[in-house]
Design a protein around this ligand. Structure first.
Ligand code: FNR
Length: 193
């Protein structure tokens, strides 16, 4: 059974560098043998987490994301850096998924022992490196194993001209390596859904 990975970028905008980069990471994981489901968070349009919304009835899009997480063995994420941290979009998405599921199960359990690979992109020189530290910590708190390999792509306006195109061969190889590391970890652990 091929490992199944859920992939998304933490940006909504057209022309997002991270939406371009997640295709490169997905390609690396596919070449290493994974089945990758690449989704756009724009399609889910989650409200900001609000306990009153939850009490009144959890949005259908949250249920869809919880089901997707439950049906995959790991995550691939490309994150922007906002003021040295991950964007609210990503945190909000993780927070909603972590809430109790429709059958009364634990949302956090959906992440438990799954494996994640993370990358970032920014027009700046550091490539959003600081956001990777924050995201790594948040994913670990949810019980995911985040592979040590990671890549922060700086000068993204030059390096990421289109979806799935990373114009720096060394970095492209490294990003593919993040995907391959996730697959290797899952395969060694014998954990596939
Ligand atoms: C940014 N940006 C930014 N970049 C960076 O390298 N370090 C940072 O701390 C920040 N902070 C920041 C805060 C806010 C509120 C915004 C909107 C932007 C710039 C950011 O990297 C740039 O907008 C990227 O293009 C965002 O990623 P996407 O949308 O291209 O994937």
């Amino acid at each position: 059974n091929a490992p199944r990975l859920l992939a998304f970028a933490g940006s909504l905008r057209q022309g997002s560098f991270n939406r371009r980069l997640i295709h490169v990471l997905a390609e690396g994981a596919r070449s290493a043998g994974a089945e990758v489901t690449l989704i756009e968070l724009r399609d889910y349009a989650l409200p900001i987490y609000d306990g009153d919304i939850e009490a009144a009835g959890v949005p259908e899009q949250v249920r869809q994301l919880q089901q997707l997480m439950g049906g995959h063995d790991g995550l691939l994420i490309s994150t922007p850096e906002y003021n040295g941290s991950m964007p609210a979009l990503l945190k909000n998405t993780l927070d909603w998924i972590s809430r109790p599921t429709a059958d009364g199960g634990s949302g956090v359990a959906l992440f438990q022992d799954k494996v994640a690979g993370i990358v970032s992109a920014s027009p700046g020189p550091l490539g959003g490196l600081r956001s990777l530290l924050v995201l790594r910590d948040a994913l670990a708190k949810l019980g995911l194993i985040v592979v040590p390999q990671q890549v922060a792509v700086g000068q993204a306006a030059d390096k990421l001209p289109d979806y799935g195109v990373l114009a720096d061969d060394r970095q492209k190889h490294q990003v593919h390596g993040v995907g391959a590391a996730v697959v290797r970890h899952l395969t060694r652990a014998g954990v596939t859904s």
